[in-house]
Write a protein that binds this ligand. Sequence first.
Ligand code: SAM
Length: 255
Amino acid sequence: MSHSDAKQDANATTPDYLGNVDAGEIAKFSALASRWWDRDSEFKPLHDINPLRVDYIDTHAGLAGKRVIDVGCGGGILSEAMAHRGAQVTGIDMGEAPLSVARLHQLESGVEVDYRQTTAEAAAEEMAGQFDIVTCLEMLEHVPDPSSVIAACARLVKPGGKVFFSTINRNPKAYTFAILGAEYLLKMLPRGTHEYSKFIRPSELGNWVRSAGLKMEGSTGMTYNPLTRKYRLNPQDLSVNYLMHTRRPTVEELA
Ligand SMILES: C[S@@+](CC[C@H](N)C(=O)[O-])C[C@H]1O[C@@H](n2cnc3c(N)ncnc32)[C@H](O)[C@@H]1O
């Protein structure tokens, strides 16, 4: 099913603000939620890439003192790390179970994140233009219509603010690494975590970013070495996992 067929199908049975939520995806992450902070669980890859992506965001946007919204925050791995760097973070997700885990975990870690159960689209209605930084990492490949989430992220950020996206490229190498390798050979992720047809090419993400009125500022790959079992940022290789950073133009730039 294509992105737009899936969106129409979802809209036929759900209220407007839930039209871009795939209930199966939410259930998948909810079922695993109790292991979200277990570094040896299905969430190991997110723990492993977290320092790299937080450094990337901090380098390009400066987290300290900034108001940030983390879209599709899950159990809060990224939200907490950004709060640790001094950001005032709101984390949103549609999964009740990951949000409960996130709220419990912050009691242990002592960082403060405002977690809410909502979609990017609904949050954009309520809090348009209120955030210096919007992060939407490893989430776009789990929604029926990624372009709608990207447009909502563009509405959430202040003029001049930064929006970060990460996802998985769609090509034979990405299929080999992200599905065959991670789900079947190395068993890093449960089978069915990812659907190949939902992977997003950098050119597609770039088009949606521009249609949402955001400017592309840069991108980097996050490459995995199966021998050392380590990830690293590699701006030359966007062939599997990659991060993009974008900026909402200021009013002066648009005039
Ligand atoms: C792979 S997890 C990524 C978690 C987090 N962004 C990270 O990278 O550490 C994807 C998350 O997106 C959430 N999600 C999926 N569809 C959503 C939607 N339409 N609105 C909000 N959250 C959604 C899921 O519940 C899940 O927690």
